[in-house]
Design a protein around this ligand. Structure first.
Ligand SMILES: Nc1nc2c(ncn2[C@@H]2O[C@H](COP(=O)(O)O[C@H]3[C@@H](O)[C@H](n4cnc5c(=O)[nH]c(N)nc54)O[C@@H]3COP(=O)(O)O)[C@@H](O)[C@H]2O)c(=O)[nH]1
Length: 793
């Protein structure tokens, strides 16, 4: 990913640079061309002017040189005497002196009196071939022209031979040759060519500074050799690559001489080739340098980014031991430092979370999870070393009262003091005190027999006996401690804990402070059987072996079935059907009833919500045991279940027994009140069998009393029971409560209760408890038989 980014950076920078350089080079090239074109044009112009000036100077020099000849006395005498040989000799000598190619003496009649070389191809060898030149000289005193003699161009100068009037004309011819062209080329800085044109033969280059190939090109451009008239020489004769200046130096009928000054544009531009090469080299160098630089920068970014990504992956895997690798002082270094701080913070928080997961936040003691883990380990070790292991389960007395009356902050402080005292009492490093939740503490005592554990429990109780001073108040913290020891009371952590719980419950009930688990805690022999069910019960809950049946209750006022009671059953995979009175009391003793209640409530809430959704507005009664009322988290759990099933608390009636209140009235009333405040209706179950005082009853926010079935079943035969039933109905009504009678088995009982003004009936006479599906069929049948009411059934 980061490598990809680095490549993108490099490609982008390189392309940008190439584009910039390309544009720069093109612009430069254009400027160079334009500049070269302009400078060439100027050079040619200047060269042309120099050429004209040079030609004029040369004419002047040649005229002066020719004039020397005309003042030669010997020549004049020879001319007068007609001495041909002397004339030719004088001409030759003089011509050799001034570098002339030809010399000629012409009479006033235009006849050639003598010459240094005879002219080939002349019609009349004695006739001077350039009469116009003499006419010109007659007018100006001297004349000059460039003309062809034969096929070659010459510069001709004609001056008079004076005695003292003109008696003859002298013509001096200078070759227009390569040397002349080169001299002119040097002076003008241009290529100089002298082209001759002769009818039917066309163009020829008489002298030039051009190379042979340049000469050929020029000749080719000048035109076809079959021309009969000299074609015009256009400025773009050689195309755009050349700049030309032409000058017709001499034109006669039999031919013409043209000077062509040319300058190659390419040559001019070539002057900038060096610059171009330097620029290209610079471009290549800057491209390489940029790519290399970008690569380095991109790498210097992508490497630490990759390292940071790898570091982040390590953190994702939970490896916090190593920080990010590089320390730089730029933004990436800052980022790495931030990452490092983040690593340290996450590591610290994770450590905190881990310790919170295993530690009780309030007291700092190990929590239930850590306690269970250590118990497992201790049992494993104990099995190998054949040592005992004891567990203590501690429940504080009157903690709820403290919490409720003095506030949670005082309760929290009290719990912290208790934890501190536990730490102080337990001097062995291997002992583990733990807070399991609420005011429930536990202690793991490895290598401790029941007797040693009891001694420890007594020390703990002694430590608890000292009053606790919180906010200036003296608080008494008593506790009840249950003890269970491996291997005599069980070899499974769950069994040990539930037996310690049973012992603690016994200690609480008997107010003995502490109790070692005793099998005699289970009064009946059959309890042995029940005890073996401990593990199985939990398994039953997990594996859904429990089932709910629902028993309808009749509303005598409307004659309708307005509610049902949820009653649990156990469909054991081996033992078969187990009725609740064979496991519920045992579950209550071991504390397992909390899980059962949770299961029952979840099922009943779901079923009730389903009935309401399908238009059956049934109220569902759920039984709560004494242990449930000691559970401070019960209201929260009920709230969560309600929310989970979208159910309303008004759809439920929670049945609590009198005994549940008697065991720990403060706690029970606290829980019941919270449930009532949530919107649940409450009913006192088995009313008449407990020991609750009316004063206590008044403190409970109940809506209903349920008369115990034992009174109802026998009331037709037993006058006392009849009196009790009637009294309870009156009492309830006087307290503004409704009454339900359970155990209605006969028509007579039903009629009697109706007469006594009982509000609701429940019993086999109406319907036995049924699974939900059968109950729905029964309700449908009843409705079909008797309309919506069951009053007359
Ligand atoms: N804490 C919980 N306790 C529960 C739960 N489910 C049941 N129980 C308690 O178990 C005890 C036995 O219950 P069960 O065998 O279901 O018996 C109930 C009815 O079947 C029975 N009954 C109803 N009508 C009659 C009748 O006409 N005659 C007769 N002999 N018995 C009848 O009464 C039991 C209902 O009792 P109660 O709850 O007091 O209304 C029992 O104590 C149940 O409470 C549970 O989920 N949690």
């Amino acid at each position: 990913m980061t490598r990809f980014v680095a490549h993108q950076v490099i490609v982008f920078v390189a392309l940008l640079l190439v584009a910039i350089q390309l544009v720069t080079l093109l612009a430069l090239n254009w400027a160079v061309s334009e500049n070269a074109r302009e400078s060439v044009r100027k050079e040619v112009d200047v060269g042309r002017r120099i050429f004209v000036r040079v030609m004029e100077d040369r004419t002047q020099q040649l005229t002066t040189a020719a004039s020397v000849l005309t003042s030669d006395f010997g020549l004049r005498q020879a001319m007068m005497s007609g001495d041909q040989a002397t004339i030719v000799s004088a001409l030759s000598n003089h011509g050799a002196r001034i570098g002339a190619a030809k010399m000629m003496l012409i009479g006033l009649d235009r006849r050639v009196l003598g010459e240094t070389a005879a002219q080939d191809g002349r019609d009349d060898p004695l006739r001077f071939p350039f009469p116009r030149l003499i006419e010109d000289a007659e007018r100006k005193g001297a004349a000059s022209a460039i003309a062809l003699i034969g096929d070659a161009p010459f510069q001709l100068v004609v001056v008079p031979v004076l005695a003292p009037v003109p008696v003859a004309w002298a013509m001096v011819a200078f070759s227009v040759d390569k040397q002349f062209a080169q001299d002119l080329g040097l002076l003008t800085g241009l290529d100089v060519s002298f082209a001759t044109w002769v009818p039917r033969r066309g163009w020829d280059i008489a002298a030039t500074t051009l190379s042979p190939s340049g000469t050929r090109t020029l000749l080719g451009a000048l035109g076809s050799p079959t021309e009969t008239a000299m074609p015009a020489i256009m400025p773009d004769l050689l195309g755009a690559e050349f700049q030309l200046a032409t000058s017709v130096l001499g034109r006669e009928d039999d031919g013409a001489v043209v000077a062509i000054l040319q300058r190659s544009l390419r040559d001019a531009i070539a002057r900038f080739d060096g610059l171009r090469v330097i620029l290209l080299a610079l471009a290549a160098f800057s491209l390489c340098a940029t790519v290399a630089g970008s690569l380095l920068i991109a790498r210097s970014i992508s490497r630490p980014v990759s390292a940071l990504a790898e570091f982040a992956r390590r953190m994702e895997r939970g490896e916090y031991d190593q920080g990010p690798p590089e320390t730089r002082s730029d933004e990436l270094g800052e980022l790495a430092a931030s990452f490092n701080r983040m690593r340290l913070a996450i590591a610290a928080r994770e450590l905190q979370i881990k310790s919170m997961a295993l530690q009780d936040a309030l007291t700092g003691l190990p929590n239930r999870a850590l306690f269970n883990e250590r118990l497992q380990q201790a049992l494993g070790l104990a099995r190998r070393l054949t040592q005992p292991v004891s567990v203590l389960l501690i429940d504080l007395n009157r903690f709820k009262e403290v919490n409720d009356t003095l506030g949670h902050h005082v309760g929290d402080r009290l719990l912290c003091v208790v934890a501190e005292r536990l730490r102080t009492v337990l001097v062995r490093a291997s002992d583990t005190p733990a807070r399991l939740g609420g005011d429930e503490f536990a202690v793991l005592l490895p290598a401790s027999s029941a007797t040693m554990a009891e001694a420890a429990a007594r020390r703990i109780l002694q430590a608890f006996a000292a009053p606790v001073l919180v906010e200036g108040r003296q608080l008494d913290v008593g506790g009840s401690i249950g003890i269970a020891t491996f291997p005599e009371h069980g070899d499974d952590p769950n069994v040990l804990m539930s037996r310690a719980d049973a012992a603690m419950y016994m200690a609480k009930r008997t107010r003995t402070g502490c109790a070692i688990y005793d099998v005699n805690f289970e009064a009946e022999a059959e309890n042995h059987n029940r005890l073996s069910l401990t593990g199985e019960l939990r398994q039953a809950i997990e594996e859904n072996q429990l089932v709910l049946h629902y028993q309808p209750r009749l509303d005598l006022a409307s004659g309708a079935i307005t509610g049902v009671e949820a009653l649990v059953r156990w469909q054991h995979p081996v033992r078969g059907f187990i009725p609740p009175d064979q496991f519920v009391p045992f579950a209550e003793q071991t504390g397992c009833i909390r899980e059962i209640t949770q299961w029952v409530a979840a099922r009943a809430f779901a079923q009730c919500a389903q009935w309401h959704a399908s238009g059956r507005a049934l109220q569902v009664s759920i039984n709560l045991s004494a242990r449930d009322l000691l559970d401070p988290e019960l209201p929260q759990r009920c709230a969560a279940l309600l929310a989970g099933h979208g159910a309303s608390p008004q759809w439920f009636l929670l049945e609590i027994t009198e005994r549940a209140i008697v065991d720990d009235p403060a706690r029970a009333i606290e829980t019941v009140t919270r449930l009532h405040e949530m919107g649940f209706r409450l009913s006192i179950d088995d009313f008449g069998t407990g020991y609750s005082s009316l004063a206590q009853l008044k403190r409970l926010p109940v809506a209903e009393l349920k008369i115990d079935k034992n009174f109802v079943m026998d009331m037709a035969r037993d006058a006392d029971d009849m009196t009790i039933v009637r009294s309870v109905i009156d009492l309830a009504h006087n307290m503004g409560l409704s009454v339900v009678a359970e155990g209605v088995e006969t028509d007579e009982a039903r009629r009697l209760l109706y007469d006594m003004g009982c509000d609701h009936l429940q019993g086999y006479q109406i319907c036995s408890p049924l699974p939900a599906a059968q109950l729905e069929q029964w309700l449908a049948r009843t409705a079909a038989l008797h309309g919506t009411t069951a009053k007359e059934a």
